[in-house]
Design a protein around this ligand. Structure first.
Ligand SMILES: Cc1cc2nc3c(=O)[nH]c(=O)nc-3n(C[C@H](O)[C@H](O)[C@H](O)COP(=O)(O)O)c2cc1C
Length: 186
């Protein structure tokens, strides 16, 4: 074994780049987040870790709703802008054209090919960050990004975040739930 210890840190190999949408003081606001993933399958839930100081957190607290918007690589400048400027300092409501779904208070960015509308299930206090768990009320997707009724990652072209750098997705390696069948005991 040839390893070095790196100490405790919130490491993940790769993270998605999402835009968290929330109405703050009745206005749409979008912030960039990498700390987002699926939280539960039935009922469908997603989660995102947000620093308590974020303007977005104020809005989620007000309405108990938020959205996760998946930007395409072509939106990298807008996406990064929402991660370096706070809605507390500058109005970000015009960065994207907002639309609203069932919940009426979770703004979603029309330009993003996939939008996930969430009702706040729980905000878990972990320390610096609140893990916001949202029940998925609806998923909206651009018609052009769909294959066999589901968002197609090659058409969505999401932004992958690693080492403070934005990447495209790479080539597929193998089929999930299938490659393992080739395993042989060592
Ligand atoms: C690539 C990237 C990823 C980020 N990920 C997170 C995150 O997961 N959680 C978080 O609280 N802040 C994250 N941030 C920082 C916020 O996006 C940033 O502080 C933003 O200005 C907050 O906006 P708001 O104050 O309008 O809510 C990230 C920023 C960038 C650029």
């Amino acid at each position: 074994m040839d390893k070095i210890t790196l100490g405790p840190m919130p490491y993940m190999s790769v993270m998605p780049t999402v835009l968290v949408g929330a109405n703050v003081n009745g206005k749409a606001n979008y912030m960039t987040a990498g700390a987002a993933t699926v939280a539960c399958v039935a009922p469908p839930m997603v989660c995102v870790a947000l620093n308590k100081a974020r303007y977005t957190v104020k809005g989620i607290g007000e309405n108990k709703t938020f959205s996760l918007n998946i930007p395409s690589a072509r939106l990298v400048v807008e996406a990064d802008h929402c991660g370096i400027v706070s809605g507390a300092q500058e109005d970000k409501s015009g960065v994207f054209k907002s639309f609203y779904g069932t919940l009426k208070t979770a703004p979603m960015a029309e330009e993003c090919p996939v939008n996930i509308e969430c009702k706040l299930f729980k905000a878990v206090d972990c320390g610096s960050h609140l893990l916001h768990i949202g029940e998925v009320i609806g998923v909206y997707a651009d018609k052009g990004c769909i294959t066999d009724g589901k968002p197609d990652v090659t058409k969505v072209n999401p932004i992958v975040l690693a080492q403070a750098t934005y990447f495209n997705i790479g080539k597929n390696v193998e089929k999930a739930f299938s490659a393992g069948k080739k395993y042989r005991k060592k």
